[in-house]
Design a protein around this ligand. Structure first.
Ligand code: DGJ
Length: 742
């Protein structure tokens, strides 16, 4: 079903008169109404008398189409445009003097751009998904911009991107090419953004937006989330709260440099512009070609962050993440158990641990490759993807078979975009390395980045994965790491091809996507973990090709309660990999319980665990297999916020509400008498159902202090709640609620 709307001829004729009129432009819309409707919200776009496209409303659904035209009559923005523009895609070089969404230089050197509405169309792509596209054109230069709005109706999620094309005589230069430009008039905005360091990812920063521009960005080239994250929560009226108020929560889905700009103008309107970071990235666009920006993805809710998160989780599982509705493999990893110090025997012994624990897969981490420059530390070998003959004389194939004997699958770590200067690859292919030929090299973790704008490098990276799978068809998992940022951004390939160096940041990312597309065409399903020196990459564009991501190298479970809490706003637990390691002083129970709120893994030497700890782990893994379906595919309710309480509590509820699993943690044990005085109120249950409570993951010999004989109604559990009795002797309490059918 396609609806096509075209601009009235009068407005096409009036294009040229525009520049004369503009000084008196008012923002009252009169002509075409384009509603972008989710189930509960409307973003209303309208053309004004000059045929410019304006955003005139963003809020709860406007039910009467006949009243659309009256919306802008209610705003008296009639004095002038200065600083007040509500353009749906703000141009520059003409009348607009506020921050723009697009800036360009025409083939003749002129820098002005105006965009007038030409047409729009809407089509139903499939049940629940609508796509609206709006064509805008410059009346003077042959430049066309098409705005796309893909609406996931039920989830109240919008994915927005832009395509820019032209038919000028030669290349135009794109200096800024944003994905989206939103506009709000509510006057009171609160913004939460996330700031990272290695092992300290997803530290939130919440503030009321004041006048001026708040920028969140990355210029790191790769591992782009190392310092800042492209995730955001905007709330209106008040600080974001879990169950109340309007919030917009989302991400720019781009794996390279990003820029989010939140500008509150002098009239207290908010312009939110998001896209690829234009920093050092002027893009030269040939005639008759099109530049497609990445997507801004956001969930909208009127009931706070809880509902918005559940919406984005459902969107991610249903439409974005590879195999989002499928299964995941529990695993034992050897990174912290051995670091680089292992051989065939040591690894084979760990297969037995994996079997003893009861996990599905063994993951061999860094250190298995390089011969001339063996990978015995992080300073050598990256790029030389042949098994190290001293450590693994019989190769990976042998390990796959040995693991299979223990009934355990085998997976492997790679970091294919990177190179150590101490490597044969560096000796043979210096031209593949991103570096300034005339300047000293600068290293991040002793390594440099390969130039993925070069198709030969793309073939090389694809070849690493292809060889592993071709030689080892039973290889069941890949961990894809990326530990370095890009220093000295310069490409020999672009230089040889006489292409601008300012394309490198963008072409790197496009090259990466090309490789991943090839991998997924040939190996559509094999699970792959996205890792980047901890959580340096977790954008939803890459997650199209990955089944999960590694949030942080910090696996201290107390820290993880906080970090996973923040990740949970944006990512469903099925894609969040949590490992039990030696980080942190908490009990093994606390560690396993925390790691169970996602995809569970271990990175310990299980044979060194005490008998009781091992028994606990084995039982906990069995329990995990019984409830993982709810954690992976159920609805998440955040009940008690660790940032503001002594206790954290979260629960996952199965779709049909007959089962739930509830996690509770003590997060402040400075005072020994801290205990849950009050019950924790449950959420998401069926008020009319009855539930049985059972504490699980009890440590061997531990008795539950919960009364398991009683049956409670969903009504009671959601209004009064249940007391998990968390305290210093029970710092982690996990219980299940199961519908009691009598
Ligand atoms: C960084 C990752 O985050 C770790 O889990 C580990 O794989 C190391 N790289 C290996 O070098």
């Amino acid at each position: 079903m396609i609806k096509q709307y075209v601009c009235h001829p009068f407005f096409i004729k009036s294009f040229l008169a525009f520049n004369l009129l503009i000084a008196f432009t008012n923002l009252k819309a009169q002509n075409v109404n384009i509603p972008i409707n989710t189930e509960a919200f409307t973003m209303l776009l309208q053309t004004d008398e000059n045929n410019l496209l304006r955003t005139v409303y963003f809020g709860e659904s406007l039910v009467n189409e006949s009243e659309y035209s009256s919306v802008s009559d209610m705003f008296n923005f009639t004095d002038s445009n200065i600083g007040i523009s509500n353009a749906t895609y703000t141009t520059s070089g003409t009348w607009n003097l506020s921050e723009s969404a697009i800036q360009l230089v025409h083939a003749d050197g002129n820098k002005s751009l105006e965009l007038k509405y030409v047409s729009h169309s809407s089509k139903l792509l499939e049940t629940n998904i609508n796509l609206t596209s709006i064509v805008l054109k410059d009346p003077v230069y042959p430049v066309q911009v098409t705005l796309f709005y893909k609406v996931f109706v039920k989830e109240n999620v919008i994915e927005q991107w832009t395509e820019i094309e032209h038919t000028e005589k030669s290349n135009i230069k794109l200096q800024k090419y944003s994905s989206a430009n939103l506009y709000f008039t509510d006057g009171d905005y609160h913004l939460t953004t996330y700031h990272n360091q290695w092992a300290k990812e997803m530290q939130h920063n919440e503030s009321k937006l004041t006048r001026g521009i708040k920028t969140v960005d990355s210029k790191l080239g790769s591992r782009t989330m190392l310092l800042q994250s492209p995730n955001f929560i905007l709330s209106f009226g008040n600080q974001a709260s879990e169950n109340e108020g309007m919030v917009i929560l989302g991400q720019l889905a781009w794996s390279g440099n990003f820029k989010l700009e939140f500008e509150v103008d002098s009239y207290d309107n908010l312009r939110f512009i998001a896209g690829i970071n234009p920093h050092a990235s002027e893009y030269s666009l040939p005639p008759n070609t099109s530049f497609k920006t990445p997507s801004l993805i956001y969930a909208i809710s009127n009931n706070g962050t809880g509902e918005a998160s559940r919406n984005i989780h459902n969107w991610a599982r249903n439409y974005q993440v590879l195999d989002g509705k499928g299964e995941r493999l529990t695993l034992l990893n050897n990174w912290e158990a051995t670091y680089f110090d292992f051989d065939e025997d040591k690894i084979s012994a760990l297969f037995k641990d994996a079997k003893e624990l009861g996990v599905d897969l063994f993951l061999l981490d860094d250190g298995w490759f390089g011969n001339k420059y063996p990978r015995n530390g992080d300073n050598a070998g990256l790029g030389d993807w042949q098994e190290n003959v001293e450590k693994l004389p019989h190769g990976i194939g042998y390990l796959v078979k040995e693991a299979k004997k223990e009934d355990v699958k085998f997976g492997i770590w790679i970091e294919p975009e990177m190179i150590n200067p101490k490597s044969e690859l560096y000796e043979n292919h210096l031209d593949w390395v991103i570096r300034q030929p005339e300047r000293p090299e600068v290293y991040f973790r002793n390594q440099l980045v390969l130039d993925l704008s070069n198709p030969e490098v793309q073939d090389f990276v694809f070849g690493i994965v292809d060889k592993l799978f071709t030689e080892n068809p039973e290889l069941a998992f890949i961990k894809w790491d990326n530990n370095s940022v890009i220093f000295n951004a310069h490409s020999t390939y672009l230089e040889d091809k006489k292409l601008p160096q300012s394309h490198l940041y963008v072409e790197y990312v496009k090259g990466l996507y090309k490789v991943l597309k090839r991998i997924r065409t040939k190996y559509p399903k094999v699970p792959m973990m996205l890792c980047s020196g901890g959580g340096g990459r977790a954008d939803y564009e890459l997650l199209k090709y990955f089944t999960e991501f590694w949030p942080s190298d910090d696996t201290d479970p107390l820290e993880r309660v906080f970090m996973q809490w923040n990740y949970s706003y944006f990512y469903p637990s099925i894609i969040t990999d949590n490992h039990v390691t030696n980080w942190g002083n908490q009990s093994i129970k606390y560690k396993v319980d925390v790691a169970s709120m996602g995809k569970l893994g271990f990175d310990i030497v299980a044979s060194e665990l005490s008998e009781k700890d091992l028994l606990f782990c084995k039982n906990a893994i069995t329990n995990y297999h019984s409830f993982k379906d709810i954690v992976w595919h159920g609805e998440l309710y955040r009940l008690s916020n660790p940032y503001t309480n002594e206790f954290a509590a979260l629960m996952y509820v199965k779709e049909d509400k007959n089962k739930a699993v509830v996690f509770n943690y003590l997060v402040n044990n400075r005072v020994s008498f801290h205990t849950n005085i009050e019950p924790v109120r449950m959420a998401g249950l069926d008020a009319n159902k009855k539930y049985r409570v059972k504490e699980i993951n009890l440590y061997p010999g531990q008795e539950s202090s919960l009364n398991t004989d009683k049956i409670y109604s969903g009504d009671f559990l959601m209004k009064v709640g249940i007391n998990p009795n968390v305290n210093k002797t029970r710092p982690s309490v996990l219980f299940e609620l199961t519908e009691a059918k009598d």
